[in-house]
Ligand binder design. Structure first.
Ligand SMILES: [Zn+2]
Length: 238
């Protein structure tokens, strides 16, 4: 599996709209609300079904009906009406809110985030170059790589993010490979600094910033020659 990816792809306004809408629709808040509503609706249908069966049974029975029947019947009908009234407007509220958020998204200006984007991903982090931006981000400043609405999404501390459309990849398999690689590199970045530093300096010729001693295969977090504390981000320039 490669530890480095170079991609070049086009990002359109339509891509940004699609991603942002998917983020809204897939947000845990709405997913939870919809699931809760579906459960309530199933319960409601079951409840109404039981009443219908009971009512049908009573209607087929030759009257006159006992007084208790009318009491139970009225209570059940009122209960169903209350339930429907209570559950009905909530789904409407969810849909309304999603629609409002969609409208807000339509008004966003994505112009500085569109166009040809070149992305390089390696063990140090991500580099993104476009007409408007040039970013070099270490994995420490990246949130867990994820997919949203068919896009690979890399979010950075500071709320900026890069989206990679499906068509940037030759196939579904290479998209999966990219995400696996990003996840693995991100996971490595969560290790303690000393481990990441030792890993980075394995078989790499890099001089100590102070005394120029070759730090290849160094153990620990300071130069064995002059004792200077070595920081990974200084070595990698991120
Ligand atoms: Zn040194």
């Amino acid at each position: 599996m490669p530890d480095r990816f170079d991609l070049e792809f086009e990002v359109t306004r339509g891509d940004w709209l699609a991603v942002n809408k998917a983020v809204v629709q897939e947000s845990p808040e709405w997913v939870r609300a919809r699931r809760k509503h579906r459960r309530a609706a199933r319960f409601q249908a079951l409840f109404a079904g039981v009443i219908m069966v009971y009512l049908g049974y009573q209607l087929f029975k030759v009257g006159p009906h006992p007084f208790g029947f009318y009491v139970v019947f009225t209570v059940l009908v009122v209960a169903v009406m209350v339930l429907m009234f209570y559950l009905g407007p909530r789904l409407e509220h969810i849909e309304q809110s999603i629609k409002q958020q969609f409208k807000a998204i339509e008004r966003f200006d994505f112009s500085t985030s569109t166009g040809t984007t070149r992305l390089t991903m390696d063990e140090v982090g991500i580099q993104v170059r476009s007409r408007y931006r040039e970013l070099k981000i270490s994995w420490q400043a990246v949130e867990r790589p994820t997919t949203v609405g068919g896009f690979v999404m890399l979010s950075y501390v500071g709320a900026y993010c890069t989206i990679i459309p499906q068509h940037a990849f030759a196939s579904q398999a290479s998209a999966t490979e990219f995400l696996d690689c990003a996840s693995r590199l991100w996971q490595n970045a969560q290790l303690p600094h000393v481990e990441r530093l030792e890993r980075y300096l394995t078989d790499r010729d890099l001089p100590c910033p102070k005394c120029k001693y070759n730090l290849r295969n160094m153990r620990g977090e300071s130069c064995p020659e002059c004792g200077k504390a070595i920081k990974l981000d200084v070595l990698t320039g991120t």
